[in-house]
Each structure stands twice: as structure tokens, then as C-alpha cells.
Design a protein around this ligand. Structure first.
Ligand SMILES: [Zn+2]
Length: 341
């Protein structure tokens, strides 16, 4: 594939982009059976999917094109740096990747998410008034709450905080709006506001910047050794040769595999923090427990502690209900009618 890209053009960055295109198409075809099983067939088996195969494939094509363009640009920049700084490339590549990550987080809610779903400003005072009141009480200068048509793909209920700086926003998906009680929606909004007030996105950027630097340092170390040993047999000319990308993927996958429980635990710790914040802010423990039960449609409710540590990026339903009921038990005066005092 590298030789083919070189025959098509003499311009090095374009060779990198062509190689990226070939590799992405090849790996997409090779990975298709598993991707279709995981993303389409199994989702239907569990009754979570709302799409037929045609529209689902259409979504996958959009994701592929985004990967092609953004991944291609990143590959061209990173290989440019490797060729210019053959000894210190990993520091430069790590820095550029971090900048890329921040830009991605900033533009995603405005330019990328709308490629798959329709985002609109929520316009139902019955729901927006209590949410905006909760936001004001927590020092969040929000004027708008967003909603999106997740029901186009799935029955899953969800909400999130996305973006960074000017693009930061809270979005409630339409499944939650349709199926959740007001108490439930308020408790989930309290959770999302927790992410916002506790600056989870900014802290994650800082944290993952450290992870990215460690990753590139390890990549530098392992690529040098692998090339010294097998470079000739694999016909990879050096670190600046785009034919090294599959080896980078292999090392990245192995590292990612080992890193899985630590990644999930990092995210899950933030989520627990947001849970606690949300209970205190919304004072809706019953709504929160109801939400945890709804999420049980796609998350195992009661995993073993080891299972939760390895696989769960949110606290389990059981732990969330336990947290909510403990909070309620300690705040029973909020729920007892005055006449009964
Ligand atoms: Zn969360």
C-alpha cells in the first residue's frame, strides 16, 4: 500500500494521506463482520436499535468519512513532525495530539455530532424551567438546554455535557424526555451539572494530556527496538515511513488493552462525583434511582466488584440506587409532609 501511494504522487504529505485512506478502507472491510454484529445485529437482538440496515450503514459511512478526513490530517501532521525531528519527534507529536484533542472536543458538538443527529434547543417550559432554575442555583450561566433525536438510532436514554469553552452545553436525548419522569430528568440534569461545575472536561483534558505524553514516549521506545530487530524483514524504512502505521496500531491496541481498567476507573470516578453532586443539587433520589433502573436496559445492574473495576465507565445501577437511597435516608425530613411532623 505504501508503494502504491508512492507511485500515485511524489508529494510526501499526500503519500501519507493516500496510505491512510488505503489502510482505513482495508481495516474497515476486515473489521466489518464484527462491527455489523456488535453495532447492528446485537443491538437489534437486545431491542435497543431503531434503525434498519440501510440507515445504519449510512451512519457508518459518515463516521468513516470523518475518520478519513480528520485521521488523514492528523497523520500528515504527525509524519511531517517525525520527518523534521527524527530524534525528538515523540515530544512534538504528543504536543500536537493534545492540541488536536482540545480542538476536537471544542468543534465536535457544533460540527460533528450534527452529522448523525439533529440538535435543537429544548422548548418545553415544563421541563426547561426547573432545569434552568437548577442551573442558576448552581452558578451555571445557561440560557438554553439542548435536545437531540437519539431515537433515530436507539432506545437508550442518555444525557451529556459536551464541548469546551464557548461550545460547552448540556444535552438531553429525546428518549429521556419521552420516557423519564420530571423527577428523573431533574436528577439526571443535576448529574450533568455536576460534570459542568466540577470542570470534568477541563480536568480530563489535563489528565489525558499526561496519558498522551506517556503513550508517545512508550511508542518512541518500542518502535526504535522493533525496527532495529524486524524493520528490514517488514520492509519498513524508518519511523517516518507511513508503512509503520499498522505497527503503531498494534502497539496502541496492546497499550489500550492494558489501560482499559484504569481508563474506565478514571471515568467512573468522575461519574460517581457527578452522581453525588447531582443528588445534592437536585434532591431527587427517587428520580435518580428510577434513572439507574432505566439505564439497566443497557448496563448490567449488579456486577461483581472486579467486573465493575474492569468494564464499567459508570457506577453500576446497584451502587447508584444504593447511593440515592442512602442520601434519601439521611435527608428524610425533605420528604416527610409537614402535617406529619
Ligand atoms: Zn455523567
Amino acid at each position: 500500500m505504501r508503494n502504491f501511494a508512492e507511485r500515485l504522487t511524489r508529494f510526501k504529505p499526500l503519500q501519507t494521506f493516500l496510505y491512510w485512506t488505503e489502510l482505513l478502507i482495508a481495516t474497515t472491510i476486515l473489521g466489518a463482520p464484527l462491527a455489523v454484529y456488535e453495532g447492528f445485529y446485537r443491538e437489534r437482538q437486545y431491542g435497543l436499535a431503531t434503525q434498519t440496515l440501510g440507515p445504519w450503514l449510512g451512519d457508518q459511512l459518515i463516521v468513516l468519512i470523518v475518520n478519513l478526513v480528520l485521521g488523514g490530517i492528523l497523520a500528515m501532521v504527525l509524519f511531517g513532525l517525525v520527518r523534521r525531528f527524527p530524534r525528538t519527534w515523540w515530544i512534538w507529536c504528543a504536543s500536537v495530539s493534545i492540541v488536536f484533542l482540545i480542538l476536537f472536543i471544542m468543534i465536535a458538538p457544533v460540527f460533528l455530532f450534527p452529522l448523525l443527529n439533529k440538535y435543537t434547543v429544548l422548548d418545553n417550559p415544563k421541563i426547561t424551567q426547573p432545569i434552568l432554575s437548577l442551573a442558576r442555583a448552581n452558578g451555571i450561566p445557561a440560557q438554553k438546554v439542548y435536545t437531540m433525536d437519539a431515537s433515530r438510532q436507539t432506545t437508550r436514554m442518555s444525557a451529556n455535557v459536551s464541548g469546551y469553552g464557548q461550545t460547552m452545553r448540556i444535552t438531553l436525548n429525546d428518549n429521556l424526555l419521552r420516557r423519564g419522569s420530571l423527577e428523573e430528568i431533574e436528577s439526571i440534569m443535576g448529574h450533568e451539572m455536576g460534570h459542568y461545575v466540577l470542570h470534568h472536561i477541563a480536568k480530563d483534558i489535563l489528565y489525558f494530556s499526561v496519558v498522551v505524553v506517556i503513550f508517545f514516549a512508550f511508542l518512541h521506545w518500542s518502535l526504535e527496538r522493533a525496527l532495529a530487530r524486524w524493520g528490514e524483514r517488514w520492509k519498513i524504512r524508518g519511523i517516518g515511513d507511513s508503512a509503520i502505521v499498522p505497527l503503531v496500531f498494534l502497539i496502541g491496541t496492546l497499550l489500550g488493552f492494558v489501560y482499559t481498567p484504569f481508563f474506565n476507573t478514571h471515568i467512573r470516578t468522575n461519574e460517581h462525583e457527578a452522581d453525588m453532586y447531582g443528588l445534592n443539587a437536585s434532591r431527587q433520589p427517587d428520580g435518580f434511582a428510577q434513572g439507574a433502573i432505566h439505564l439497566g436496559e443497557y448496563r448490567k445492574m449488579s456486577p461483581s466488584p472486579v467486573e465493575e473495576w474492569i468494564f464499567f465507565d459508570h457506577p453500576s445501577g446497584r451502587n447508584r440506587i444504593h447511593d440515592a437511597m442512602r442520601w434519601k435516608a439521611e435527608n428524610l425530613q425533605l420528604f416527610t409532609p409537614k402535617s406529619e411532623h
